[in-house]
Design a protein around this ligand. Structure first.
Ligand SMILES: C[S@@+](CC[C@H](N)C(=O)[O-])C[C@H]1O[C@@H](n2cnc3c(N)ncnc32)[C@H](O)[C@@H]1O
Length: 416
């Protein structure tokens, strides 16, 4: 508790000292909302031609796995016919609607600061319901509610049609970091994520891994690192004195994002979450999460179905997503090695070219900035009631240095 008090006080002080003298601190939520509101929704064809086609699919695969596994876990820990109710915090244009449908949830509330995105997600949802009703065998589809609000400043509970709504799951994908602008915003975001969760409910998400970002920043001399797909530029030269809140950097992702973001201090996040009865169950860098989950049969076939990896070698070199040979240097060596072992094992008639699924090095470096997190509500702060899951896995918090990625690590999966 003393540590937490220290974190809070330090956080508040930092926010104060960051304000230019005699002025209000610049509030960046407006900039973020404007950016996402103006973002055009690319059609399927445009997306296919994109330099980050596989990166986007890969990130989508990670979301599918964490969402799918958490819904399964909820049903395991409760009853198999649990009517799952979900809050999609910073839901954007509704990119996860199909995942919720696949998870057979019963109720969804989507909230986002960008009004245009909220409208688009509602249209998408209505199209999905319409299309389903015209199907020969319509399936039940979850009820949905859409809210345009700054989730770091507005208490969402006051905006729900039914303020007594309880959720089994809150999902915040690729968005949580925006709330680390200030302690007040982080507190409000966590309040929104956790206060309406029922005991045993989960708060899951994907967010940039600040350990990884700092590790990469320390290897540069100009506060900036990246490649032709992404770039991170930290606000100041002083990377040894990172503020707990408001540690701003600019994030650029080719053709999709160009926005101020904030480093998430995971210790502060855990402490803040504790105030809402939440316990960290898992935090894993994407590289590690991919390695673990891609070995699982269902997830591995989903990788293919979602086109989350690029086939290497391609039929023609010009079919590769990157024109730079160095983007395929590691995978080239892996294929060579696999081909040699296959050739030794097979006789002449059965020799076949080895193909693997992979990501170009530049996309791999971009996606491995992120990590997955899972919290569970283990204490109801109002009643003091506690929750002990049926299959409690003892969570070992990863040491900070285990939260970094070895970029030469294999990112391939044999296809044939
Ligand atoms: C990278 S997008 C992710 C969208 C969606 N979760 C997904 O995975 O497809 C980040 C989203 O966070 C939203 N966002 C940023 N700051 C926010 C805030 N303060 N309150 C609510 N939404 C916010 C943006 O409008 C945007 O839709």
């Amino acid at each position: 508790m003393r540590l937490w008090k220290y974190i809070c006080e330090a956080g508040k002080k930092e926010v104060e000292t960051q304000k230019p003298q005699g002025q209000q601190a610049v509030d960046l939520t407006g900039t973020v909302a404007k950016h996402y509101n103006e973002l055009q929704e690319a059609g399927l064809e445009t997306r296919k031609d994109s330099r980050i086609f596989f990166l986007r699919n890969f990130n989508n695969w990670i979301k599918s796995v964490v969402i799918g596994e958490t819904i399964n876990r909820l049903r395991d820990e409760n009853t198999s016919d649990l009517k799952v109710s979900v809050l999609d915090l910073c839901a954007g244009k509704g990119g996860d609607l199909l995942k919720w449908r696949k998870g057979r949830i019963s109720k969804l509330i989507c909230a986002d600061i960008a009004e245009t995105s909220v409208e688009q997600s509602e249209v998408r949802y209505n199209d999905m319901v319409d299309k389903n009703s015209r199907d020969r065998y319509p399936q039940p589809i979850f009820k949905a509610e859409f809210i345009a609000a700054d989730c770091t400043k507005k208490r969402l509970k006051d905006l729900y049609k039914d303020p007594s709504t309880e959720f089994d799951l809150c999902s915040c994908q690729f968005s949580f970091h925006y709330c680390f602008e200030s302690i007040q915003q982080a507190e409000m975001m966590l309040r929104n994520a956790c206060e309406c969760l029922r005991l045993g409910g989960y708060f899951i998400g994907t967010t940039p891994n600040s350990y990884e970002i700092l590790h990469r920043l320390r290897q540069t001399t100009d506060n900036s690192f990246g490649n032709d797909v992404y770039r991170i530029t930290y606000q100041s030269d002083d990377i040894e004195n990172i503020p707990l809140f408001g540690a701003k950097y600019n994030f650029h992702l080719e053709g999709v994002v160009d926005c101020p973001e904030f480093l998430v201090n995971f210790q502060a996040l855990e402490k803040l979450a504790e105030e809402f009865g939440m316990k960290l169950v898992l935090r894993k860098p994407f590289a590690e999460y991919f390695k673990e989950k891609s070995e699982h049969g269902d997830h591995s076939s989903l990788l293919r179905k979602m086109k989350a990896l690029e086939t290497y070698p391609a039929d023609r070199e010009s079919n590769l997503v990157s024109e730079k040979p160095e983007d395929y240097k590691t995978v080239e060596a892996v294929v060579k090695h696999l081909q040699e072992s296959d050739d030794q094992a097979a006789d002449d008639r059965h020799r076949r070219p080895v193909k693997v699924g992979t990501l170009s090095q530049a996309e791999w470096e971009a996606t491995t900035i992120y990590c997955v997190f899972v919290f569970q509500k283990v204490v109801d702060k109002r009643t003091g009631q506690t929750f002990t899951p049926k299959n409690q896995e003892t969570h070992k918090r990863p040491a900070d240095d285990q939260n970094r990625t070895d970029l030469s690590e294999s990112k391939t999966q044999k296809l044939t």
